[in-house]
Design a protein around this ligand. Structure first.
Ligand code: ATP
Length: 308
């Protein structure tokens, strides 16, 4: 049995005056997956998500969210979606439990506010007024608010921004649990480790267009078939190494101090020659990667924000 996609976007366009914020985005988010929308500042992510949420009207293209047009079908759609807002302090003078109880009243079958506070790790802070919560606690409250109506689709905007490493890991697990229970999650994030850990599919947006998409594994393995990356002490003689490897000058480059790229297929022979060259100079190897980049490296490459 095939399930209808949770989100379908085709040729989406939106301009603000002469700024083309969204310039022909098409994407499909399957029901029950975690989908990450990534991109540099100003890429058009928020505009896209706000159109999906029904807060903004598109200039062109088609949008279906849970089978509905987000504007025409807004009244039916809103009870089925949850939105995590960056500004969790909507009611700075209330306590988390009070905020959740007042939001719960809008839904037919809301989560139990006390159980939800436990779920997001705010039980101890439930009686602290929102203004006095730490940044990470305010994020968790915003997450709880997004979930209070038991949405089948939830939009998370930088869900772990400002959280400490423990809170991030437990929030990631919570998001996976949501997905495993059948909820579709669309998240925007600047944290590439988060996208790599969490997302089933990602789309990288730049200047209002999708410049790369796929599973994180597809993007990281597809990107680097023709290269070998390694780290060692800074200032290695790149041209000398290139000659020893039998590749042309310029094929070995120092990307950042101590991080090197050999733009050639990482054959066993090439790796062996590199090891021999380093042994002869008593240079210690840090990291060595062949055929794979991190999602952050892919991001920097496809968004043109890096030099590689
Ligand atoms: P960030 O990662 O910084 O949140 P983003 O990818 O969410 O960025 P958007 O907020 O969608 O990007 O902005 C896309 C472009 O549209 C930017 O050039 C931005 O300056 C512009 N823009 C966004 N909202 C408005 C608005 N209300 N009026 C005019 N221009 C806007």
């Amino acid at each position: 049995m095939t399930t209808a996609p949770a989100i379908e976007v085709a040729a989406l366009e939106k301009s603000y005056g002469s700024t083309r914020a969204v310039d022909g985005i098409s994407l499909v988010v399957s029901a029950g997956e975690i989908f990450g929308l990534l991109g540099p500042n100003g890429a058009g992510k928020t505009t896209t998500v706000e159109i999906l949420e029904g807060y903004r009207r598109a200039d062109g293209g088609t949008v279906r969210v849970l089978g509905l047009d987000p504007i025409e079908g807004g009244a039916r759609l809103r009870p089925q979606i949850g939105v995590m807002l960056q500004d969790g302090g909507l009611y700075p003078g209330l306590r988390p439990l009070e905020v959740l109880r007042s939001f719960a009243a809008f839904y037919d079958d809301p989560h139990d506010p006390i159980a939800l506070l436990e779920l997001v790790g705010l039980t101890e802070a439930r009686a602290t007024i929102v203004r006095r919560l730490s940044g990470g606690q305010q994020q968790r409250l915003a997450l709880a608010l997004a979930l209070i109506g038991r949405p089948s689709l939830v939009f998370l905007d930088e869900p772990t921004a400002g959280m400490d490493p423990h809170a991030r890991v437990s929030t990631w697990q919570l998001v996976r649990d949501l997905r495993d229970a059948g909820t579709t999650v669309m998240l925007t994030t600047h944290a590439m480790d988060e996208a790599e850990q969490l997302c089933d599919h990602v789309a990288i947006v730049d200047h209002g267009r999708i410049v790369a998409s796929g599973t994180p594994a597809e993007l990281t393995s597809r990107a680097g078939v023709d290269e070998l990356l390694f780290s060692a002490v800074a200032g290695l003689a790149c041209n000398e190494l290139a000659a020893a490897l039998g590749v042309g000058p310029g094929v070995v480059t120092e990307l950042r101090p101590g991080e090197y790229r050999v733009a050639a297929e990482a054959t066993p022979g090439l790796v062996a020659d590199l090891a021999v060259w380093m042994r002869d100079r008593d240079v210690r190897l840090g990291d060595l990667r062949a055929g794979q980049r991190t999602l952050e490296e892919v991001f920097l490459r496809v968004t043109g924000a890096g030099t590689t």
